[in-house]
Design a protein around this ligand. Structure first.
Ligand code: GLY
Ligand code: MN
Ligand code: MN
Length: 444
């Protein structure tokens, strides 16, 4: 964020004659590695994703913009001032801003062109090294044809005159203000939204995506352990949040997948409570719903535990019902099942096993949200919810019971990978049974 401030302020001062120009930079040559560009690209995986996309559309042109740097003065920046657009990342794994990806399908061999802004040595004093349109970029991205962004318009015009088929562009919030895309939509060509096509591909994760997700989820498990260890009656919710998020960062998380929910006592019954300002009390349960993001992919994990380290019999009874409900849904997870079926199985289970725990009603009346959502680069990841499960899909199973008059909320949320034969818990490293939680908290 300091970078952006300096960027804005220095030219103004220079113009007023109050600052001396930046020192000369000396010779500038492309360097073999560019630390500012992000993590290494799995060039084989992104090439396979681009091939799958082109095979899906058959014939046409695809144009995808990268995201831009956000503005400190206009946006509410709480982490970095740049996060890549998920569509662009999916097809390139590049964290480079202001770039464009062009794909051409049909009428010959598929083509891929990456457009990058020219490097600017003066700007790089603020931003650090950037990827530019040169052979280094071609090598690091696995895309042989890399051109400067100012050649996008002529290349695209020539192409649209030559190649038949629709023009696919992502039409979404991230690209709504992209003037180039707005203009294209109005040229009268058959312009279609790329998002549903890419979103459906994103439903099944490849090996590289799963490795990223496992890392984000493992880091999140460590954070949940740290939160349990930090809890004690009288601790403020934000102290527990601080321990959790410190552990995320200590283990290399890039940022939070979503704002951490740390809700104690009455706040445990507010589903998306993320104010985290209450002081906990002896006897409270606390719901911690938090996930780290790593390599553009996020976890989504919830643990509920007693701040004093010991469940009361009533808390344990409610907790065990939620846990068994989650297990019932997991046990039915396999290729071919649907999220709707699992939802039904979970609710039926909870209803059948409620006894008198929730008073006159069965406990499913207090399970007031859906059981599951897809997980990936977005915490509520993209994709059609009616799609039957296939190996490689990742989703959450997160039943809960929220008894507001008692200030007693329990949610248990884990991330699950669909396998050939069933399913795998991805977030098993975060302690979950009451015995595991009490054992861990007893060691504080
Ligand atoms: N953390 C948000 C959710 O579980 O959907
Ligand atoms: Mn969730
Ligand atoms: Mn969650």
């Amino acid at each position: 964020m300091l970078i952006l401030v300096a960027c804005v302020v220095v030219p103004t001062l220079a113009a007023q004659g109050r600052a001396s120009p930046a020192p000369p930079l000396g010779a500038w040559t492309p360097v073999p590695e560019l630390p500012g560009m992000g993590r290494p690209v799995d060039t084989a995986s992104v090439a396979a994703r681009r091939r799958a996309l082109l095979a899906r559309i058959g014939r046409g042109v695809v144009l995808v913009p990268a995201a831009h740097e956000r503005e400190l003065e206009r946006d509410y920046l709480q982490d970095n001032d740049f996060r890549q657009s998920n569509t662009f990342f999916y097809l390139t794994e590049l964290e480079t801003q202001d770039a464009w990806l062009l794909l051409i399908a049909g009428g010959g061999a598929p083509e891929t062109v990456l457009f990058l802004p020219p490097r600017n040595p003066f700007q790089e004093r603020w931003t650090g090294l950037r990827l530019g349109p040169d052979s280094t970029a071609a090598r690091l991205t696995g895309i042989a044809r890399v051109l400067p962004t100012d050649s996008l318009d002529p290349v695209l015009s020539a192409l649209l005159a030559r190649v038949r088929g629709p023009l696919y562009v992502p039409l979404d919030q991230a690209t709504r203000d992209e003037p180039r895309l707005r203009d294209l939509v109005f040229v009268g060509r058959d312009v279609r939204n790329l998002r549903p096509v890419v979103d459906s591909l994103r439903l099944v994760k490849d090996a590289d995506e799963l490795a990223r997700m496992r890392k984000a989820i493992d880091i999140s498990g460590l954070g949940h352990v740290a939160a349990m260890q930090a809890a004690r009656p009288g601790a403020w919710e934000y102290e527990i949040e601080a321990a959790l998020e410190a552990e995320f960062r200590r283990n290399g998380a890039d940022r939070l997948g979503y704002p951490s929910i740390v809700g104690s006592g009455p706040n445990s019954t507010t589903l998306h409570y993320d104010v985290n300002r209450r002081q906990t009390r002896d006897g409270d349960l606390i719901v911690v719903d938090a996930g780290a993001e790593w390599g553009q992919y996020t976890a989504d994990v919830t643990r509920t535990f007693p701040v004093n380290g010991k469940f009361t019999p009533r808390q344990k009874a409610i907790y065990d019902l939620v846990l068994a409900t989650q297990q019932a849904a997991f046990d039915s997870t396999r290729p071919g099942a649907t999220i709707a079926q699992l939802n039904r199985i979970a609710r039926d289970y909870m209803r059948a096993h409620s006894g008198t725990l929730c008073g006159a009603q069965t406990c499913d009346a207090y399970f007031i949200h859906g059981l599951s959502h897809w997980l990936g680069m977005d915490v509520h990841d993209v994709g059609d919810y009616s799609t039957p499960l296939k190996p490689g899909m990742v989703f959450t199973i997160e039943p809960g019971i929220y008894l507001a008059p008692e200030g007693l909320g329990v949610r248990i949320e884990d991330d699950v990978l669909v396998t050939v034969t069933g399913a795998e818990w991805l977030s098993a490293k975060a302690p979950k049974t009451t015995a595991e939680i009490e054992r861990l908290m007893g060691r504080r």
